[in-house]
Design a protein around this ligand. Structure first.
Ligand SMILES: Cc1cc2nc3c(=O)[nH]c(=O)nc-3n(C[C@H](O)[C@H](O)[C@H](O)COP(=O)(O)O)c2cc1C
Length: 400
């Protein structure tokens, strides 16, 4: 998604510098060619070696070091950049760039480049609210530099307030959106749920299911590649989260999944519920491991919240809601009933008894049922290809 994009990552001496390592890693995983420039202060926190190994490129910091390679020369880096990202951006570096100071490799490159510059201020909240810093930030944004707003929360200095560096995935998502604007889902918020939930019985046992999360993860990845801002809420899964997500939330139980989904539903344009949410949970969760003393064990279950139904009831006219029906019998009838009952735009039905389809497989065999009664059948396909088909259908619904 950032294939071949040249990103100059400016790293300054703030306490959040460790997050820059993850930013560099995520950008590279998205295919970007990342060139890091560190300030002297940044090197007090993290070594050049870390960034060199993560990016596969030499790290620049000393402007007067002998030039070993063309792309460590200061003007060359400024020319090479498709984008310059400064994260974290200290109060000091913001002040210097605002005043045209160019006394090290980072500030010189910032002054010399004509590429768009993104900067993510990160500092103690008093430093941030200081009039000097505020005016410097204003100066930069008025000149067209892109501000990545600091987040609020606990700060390393022991206080809490505004000044935190946003999570690496959020920063990478800003860069990704910048390059991918104009794509079919740019500007759209997509919420995907994936994998099965686990409902605890005692501290060591749970009720679970065979869902691996593959379909949901493929859908989230496809939404990212179409330029959407994507939140993935996932039950336990061994899969790696797709790159470029705005948020990746790991949950265990249906209750946790419901909370994560409901709090984000209002902002979502498209919601795809690919998770296999447990219908029932243990009525009582034993505090200690249940011993196998009795010959029989009866477990009392109670119903879990029906997240999809609740979403269907709350859905606004312009939101698209897609559900999945994994069935072992009466596929079409059961899926049709679910489509109606849950007020979905369409439903993806799969017969999980078929070989290489359904849970824990790379492929799936699906039918898409729409509100007008139409049923579209697909041959056995890779889940990543089916994700494309599902989004083609979503985009068709959007056009209506
Ligand atoms: C432990 C420690 C943490 C610091 N954290 C921050 C920070 O989060 N944000 C900031 O603006 N300055 C922070 N500073 C101060 C900067 O390191 C200092 O202003 C330095 O001159 C910045 O240089 P640079 O902008 O060239 O990287 C911190 C200093 C220390 C010693």
């Amino acid at each position: 998604m950032l294939d071949g994009k040249k990103i100059v990552l400016g790293v300054t001496g703030g306490i959040a510098v460790y997050k820059a390592v993850e930013i560099a890693s995520r950008l590279r995983k998205l295919g970007a060619d990342v060139h890091v420039i560190m300030t002297r202060a940044a090197k007090e926190f993290v070594t050049e070696l870390t960034f060199r190994e993560i990016t596969g490129n030499p790290v620049s910091s000393d402007m007067f070091a002998p030039v070993a390679h063309y792309n460590v020369e200061h003007i060359a880096l400024a020319n090479l950049a498709d984008v310059m990202l400064i994260a974290p951006a200290t109060a000091n570096v913001i002040a210097k760039i605002a005043h045209g100071v160019a006394d090290d490799m980072l500030t010189t490159t910032a002054l010399a480049t004509v590429a768009p510059i993104f900067f993510a201020p990160s500092m103690n909240s008093n430093m941030l609210s200081n009039v000097a810093t505020q005016e410097n930030i204003k100066t930069l944004t008025s000149r067209g530099l892109h501000l990545i707003e600091p987040a609020s929360g606990h700060l390393a200095c022991g206080t809490s307030g505004k000044g935190r560096l946003p999570e690496p995935c959020e920063i990478v998502s800003v860069i990704d959106s910048f390059f991918n604007e104009g794509k079919s889902l740019s500007g759209k918020n997509v919420l995907v749920t994936a994998a099965g939930t686990r409902e605890p019985i005692d501290p060591v046992r749970y009720i679970g299911n065979r869902s691996s999360g593959r379909m949901g993860y493929a859908l989230a990845g496809e939404a990212v590649s179409r330029g959407a801002s994507v939140v993935l809420v996932s039950g336990p899964s061994s899969l790696e989260a797709p790159e470029g997500l705005k948020e990746f939330i790991k949950v265990e139980t249906a209750g946790e999944m419901r909370a994560a989904v409901m709090s984000r539903f209002r902002d979502a344009d498209i919601v795809i519920k690919a998770a296999a949410v447990a219908d029932y949970r243990a009525k009582v969760i034993a505090e200690n491991k249940i011993k196998k003393n009795a010959e029989e064990w009866t477990l009392s279950l109670e119903k879990n919240p029906d997240i999809l139904k609740e979403l269907g009831e709350k859905k606004r006219g312009n939101q698209i809601l897609v559900g999945f029906a994994a069935e072992t019998q009466n596929l079409i009838e059961n899926a049709k009933a679910k489509l109606e009952k849950k007020n979905l735009d369409f439903i993806v039905a799969n017969d999980v008894t078929k070989p290489n389809a359904g849970f824990n497989t790379e492929t799936n065999l699906i039918k898409i049922l729409s509100r007008d009664g139409g049923v579209e059948e697909f041959p056995l396909m890779k889940k990543s290809d089916l994700a494309k088909k599902i989004f083609e259908r979503i985009e068709k619904v959007m056009e209506k």
